[in-house]
Design a protein around this ligand. Structure first.
Ligand SMILES: [Zn+2]
Ligand SMILES: [Zn+2]
Length: 302
């Protein structure tokens, strides 16, 4: 008797396993409990090195943010793995032909602009030409906002985040995706633009929080140390922020580690940020941030 029940249970669990692996064939199995799209990955030296970071970090797909020098490599990666990669294009907006080259990049298969990281004011004429182009071509635009010089990223870029509402208002048809130090530090109302990664409790009412609430054309890229620092510095505030802006936030890594496990760098930012997002957000909100919002905004087939 015991044996027969045991056998029936064995058969039932075998059937369930088969069903689970069939499901797995449609939605790639994932340690995070949700498929993941990384909206901020820079191309590696080879096609397969890009795949290595995705597989190692448990990521399903990625957007390759590609400067002119890496455009061919990014094209090869998308061609070799069309279900896993799409690409954006970026040029330095101080170059006189930047607008023409960006227009051409979209024609040649890029699906967005970014990351745009130029040493100009965010409200300057070079950037305003780009905002108009992004609206005309109906593609999103990822911007690096940085007000403080730092060793890993010398200079300042797309300055003037605190006044960026003027641009959000002036270009309502442009889809802006904010990223980097100044974007995340300005969630706190007391950001004095004196450090890249401020610590401690967040003072409510900061520019980034207000802009995300007021402007439907602004989204947020949670990548890099800047996004991770925001999630870690005041977890209670961050949890409410994730809930409040759950349809505007997107996971990205900007991770430099080679293998999605922190090999050689000691830490994989993709893993660190996914872990913190999973801790702070409900399963439903987590899935939106790491998967649904990015696929919808970028019009990637899920
Ligand atoms: Zn950046
Ligand atoms: Zn990594």
């Amino acid at each position: 008797m015991t044996n027969r029940i045991g056998r029936r249970e064995f058969l039932e669990s075998a059937i369930m396993l088969t069903a689970a692996s069939r499901l797995g064939a449609q939605t790639p199995a994932n340690e995070w409990g949700s498929p993941v799209v990384d909206i901020h990955l820079h191309p590696r030296a080879t096609v397969e090195a890009n795949v290595l970071h995705l597989d190692g970090s448990g990521t399903t797909k990625a957007v390759l943010l590609t400067g002119a020098a890496a455009e061919e490599r990014a094209k090869q990666t998308v061609a070799a793995h069309p279900a896993r990669f799409v690409r954006f294009a970026s040029y330095d907006m101080t170059e006189p032909d930047a607008i023409d080259r960006l227009r051409l990049a979209i024609k040649n298969g890029a699906i967005g602009f970014g990351e745009i990281k130029s040493q100009v004011a965010a409200a300057g004429p070079e950037m305003q030409r780009l905002y108009a182009l992004a609206a005309e071509l109906n593609v999103p635009l990822t911007m690096h906002f940085q007000e403080v010089n730092q060793p890993n990223s010398p200079g300042t870029f797309n300055t003037g985040l605190k006044q960026f509402d003027a641009m959000l208002k002036k270009y309502p048809k442009t889809t802006f995706i904010g990223h980097a130090d100044a974007f995340w530090a300005n969630v706190s109302a007391d950001y004095a633009e004196d450090t890249s990664y401020p610590k401690g409790p967040i003072k409510p009412g900061g520019a980034t929080d207000r802009f995300l609430g007021e402007f439907p054309n602004l989204y947020a890229d949670m990548s890099a140390n800047s996004g991770n620092n925001f999630l870690m510095r005041d977890p209670e505030f961050a949890a409410r922020f994730l809930e409040r802006h759950q349809n505007k936030l997107m996971f990205g890594s900007d991770c430099p580690c080679p293998d999605g496990k922190g090999g050689t760098t000691g830490r994989c930012i993709a893993r660190a940020t996914l872990t913190q997002l999973k801790t702070l957000a409900s399963p439903e909100v987590f899935r939106k941030i790491v998967w649904e919002n990015g696929n919808r905004l970028l019009k990637i087939r899920a």
